[in-house]
Design a protein around this ligand. Sequence first.
Ligand code: 1CP
Length: 353
Amino acid sequence: MTLSPSHPLMDGRTAESPLISAYRGVKPSRRPVWFMRQAGRSLPEYRKAREGTGMLESCLLPELASEITLQPVRRHDVDAGIFFSDIVIPLKLAGVGVDIVSGVGPVLDSPVRTAADVAALPTLEDSALDPIREAVALTVAELGSTPLIGFAGAPFTLAAYMVEGRPSRDHMGPRSMMHADPETWQALAGWAADVSGQFLRAQIEAGASAGQLFDSWAGSLGRADYERFVAPASARALDGVRGLGAPLVHFGTGTSEILQPMRDVGVDVVGVDYRLPLDEANRRLGGGVPLQGNIDPALLTAPWEVLEAHVRAVVEAGSAAPGHVVNLGHGVPPTTDPEVLTRVVSLIHSIEP
Ligand code: 1CP
């Protein structure tokens, strides 16, 4: 498994970029920063581009998905683009009935709750991923030396939507299934691992220079359940991706107690949410793992002096790790003033790496 010689990571465009250097634990020329959900409703140009087009439909129109991916890179001078798509796109491309309902999130036509439901799940044909490959190729052609990050949802977070049929607070459905019907759980997590892995691999092969596995809701699990029922599936999702040589990041929220097992699924970098200072995260990981994070999104509306002090504290704490990519502790809130994000980027770039 190797990337083509014309891939941005192989032909000299991105291998020494600040982002890829920091992910590899090499000192970068400037301290890299990007924001989860940097594309999206905080940007007026996004709202304009999306007008009249459904969320999932937008993800499957290569020119539109590419344009939306590029918008925050042009505006903020961030050190990476994050591919505009959604964690439920591989479900949709496999033929599972799913939509993103405005103001709600992913909603399935029929929740997946029994062994028969899982057995009836369709396979994801490789050719169905062609619109994704095309959008990635268009995007990296524009990005030049700025790396594109591909991503996928981790099996637990995907299964949380599949079992509940919609967003939920406590993810009771999948957490109950693990114990009540472990075989069905394993089959579902395995299915989710395979489609996620295919989705991420397609993005990296088409030109993404790094990949992020989002297990946004893994923090609802205790460590024992995470290690037994979830980590093996997350590791499986990355089996077809790890050997490509693109750095891999693993992120979730509320994961302070499971950072080490999240690292152990076989990633290079751990994303930390805003709850745990990065120097403590570094300590919990034994000091050898590059980190990503963790500005508290709530502070984006604080007075500038308060936000600046917080950003400086995050940078200081992150300096303990062998590499640090600045990000938020979770996604950009839709109400964020985009000019604040631009100012945060230039502050971070002004600090010695
Ligand atoms: O109304 C709109 O404009 C749609 C909102 C939106 C957007 C912009 C959704 C619906 N998804 C996305 C894009 C998206 N989703 C990206 C790419 C853009 C970027 O980061 O700049 C990414 C990486 C995701 C991944 C995603 N989707 C996650 C993991 C990240 C996270 O935020 O934790 C999750 C959990 C989803 C599900 C989802 N999709 C959309 C919503 C509103 C949700 C969350 C619903 C919930 O609360 O459970």
